[in-house]
Design a protein around this ligand. Structure first.
Ligand SMILES: N[C@@H](CCC(=O)N[C@@H](CSS)C(=O)NCC(=O)O)C(=O)O
Length: 300
C-alpha cells in the first residue's frame, strides 16, 4: 500500500512532517473580516472572485494575473485560531496584492505551492518568501525543481484541519501535479481540483516542451481527474477565454480535446502550432528554483 506522508503545520515551530493545528467548525467568511478591511475588499473584488462552499470552513479566493492569464488560488482554514492559509500558483507580479489580501483577511500564510515549473511567468513563491521567510515553497519531487518541500503522489498538505491531496498529472510537463481538496467529513464539498495546466476549461496544457507528452497527459486526466466525483470543481492555472471554473462532469462532456479517443487527442496536440511562451527562457530557470534565482545566484 502506498504510504501517505502528512504535511502539517503548527505554530510557533515548523517541522515539515509533524505539523498540526486544532479543530474547527463551519466558515462564515463575512464574520472573519475586520471592519477596517471592508473598503479594501471591495476594491479587491474587481480582480478576484469568490466561490463559497456552503458546507465548508474554507475561505477561498480565485485571483487573476492578466499578463499571463494565470489564476492564483488562496485557501485558508478560517475556523482555526491561526487561520492558516496557502496559495496555489502565485505569480511574482501579483505577490504584493496577494500578501495584502492575506493580511487584510487576518490569515497566516504557511505554504506557497506550485502545480509545476511554469514556462510563461515567474512563480511568486520567491518574492513571497523574501517578504515572509516563514512561508514554505512546495513543488513536486518529479519536477526536479528546488523548493522547501517536495511532494509526491498521495501526500497530504495540511492547513489547519483542511488538506490538499497530491495527484500526479504529468503530460504538460513531466512534474505536473493536481492538488485536490480532501475527502472527509470536515472537508469542503463538492471537492475542488487545482489542475494547473493539465486540464484547462474546455482545453488542456500544451505538450510540446519540458518533458511534455500527449499520451501521458491523456492518461493523467482520464485516470486522476475524470475519476474524481463528477461535481468536483475544476480550477485551472490559466484561462484565455474568460472562464473561471468548471466541473469534472462538464469537462468529461464538453472538453473538445479530452472527450476524444487517445489517438485523436494526440493528433490534436501535435497540430496546435502554438508559439513558445514569450517568457520561457526567463521563467523556466527561475521556476526550477521556485523563484529564488537571486538568492541562488548569490550563493554560488
Ligand atoms: N501566449 C502565452 C503562452 C500561451 C500558452 O502556450 N499557454 C500554455 C500554458 S502556459 S506554458 C498552454 O498550455 N496553452 C494551451 C493552449 O491550448 O493554449 C505566452 O506567450 O506566455
Amino acid at each position: 500500500m502506498m504510504s501517505i506522508r502528512l504535511l502539517r503545520y503548527s505554530l510557533p515551530s515548523f517541522n515539515n512532517h509533524q505539523i498540526f493545528i486544532g479543530n474547527s467548525l463551519f466558515f462564515n467568511s463575512c464574520c472573519s473580516i475586520p471592519k477596517a478591511s471592508i473598503r479594501s475588499l471591495t476594491k479587491m473584488a474587481s480582480y478576484s472572485t469568490l466561490t463559497s462552499s456552503s458546507s465548508s470552513r474554507l475561505l477561498f479566493r480565485q485571483l487573476f494575473e492578466k499578463e499571463s492569464s494565470t489564476y492564483t488560488y488562496l485557501l485558508a482554514d478560517v475556523d482555526h485560531p491561526q487561520k492558516p492559509a496557502l496559495l496555489v500558483d502565485p505569480v511574482d507580479k501579483t505577490s504584493d496584492r496577494d500578501l495584502s489580501l492575506i493580511k487584510e483577511l487576518g490569515l497566516k500564510l504557511i505554504y506557497a505551492i506550485n502545480t509545476h515549473v511554469h514556462a510563461d511567468h515567474v512563480t511568486g513563491t520567491g518574492t513571497i518568501k523574501s517578504k515572509d521567510p516563514s512561508v514554505q515553497s512546495i513543488i513536486s519531487k518529479a519536477s526536479c525543481a528546488k523548493a522547501d518541500l517536495l511532494v509526491e503522489p498521495g501526500d497530504k498538505i495540511h492547513f489547519g484541519d483542511l488538506f490538499l491531496e497530491v495527484r500526479a498529472t504529468p503530460g504538460h510537463t513531466a512534474g505536473c501535479v493536481t492538488y485536490v481538496t480532501g475527502d472527509g467529513p470536515n472537508q469542503p464539498q463538492p471537492r475542488m481540483a487545482f489542475t494547473g495546466d493539465a486540464l484547462l476549461i474546455r482545453g488542456c496544457g500544451r505538450t510540446d516542451f519540458q518533458g511534455g507528452s500527449s499520451e501521458q497527459l491523456y492518461k493523467s486526466v482520464h485516470s486522476q481527474i475524470f475519476t474524481l466525483p463528477k461535481d468536483t470543481y475544476v480550477y485551472p492555472a490559466h484561462d484565455y477565454k474568460g472562464f473561471t471554473v468548471s466541473t469534472v462532469a462538464e469537462e468529461m462532456q464538453y472538453n473538445p480535446r479530452l472527450t476524444k479517443n487517445e489517438e485523436t487527442f494526440k493528433g490534436i496536440m501535435a497540430n496546435l502550432n502554438l508559439a513558445y511562451p514569450k517568457m520561457i527562457d526567463v521563467a523556466v530557470p527561475a521556476n526550477m528554483v521556485c523563484g529564488m534565482q537571486d538568492i541562488e545566484s548569490k550563493a554560488s
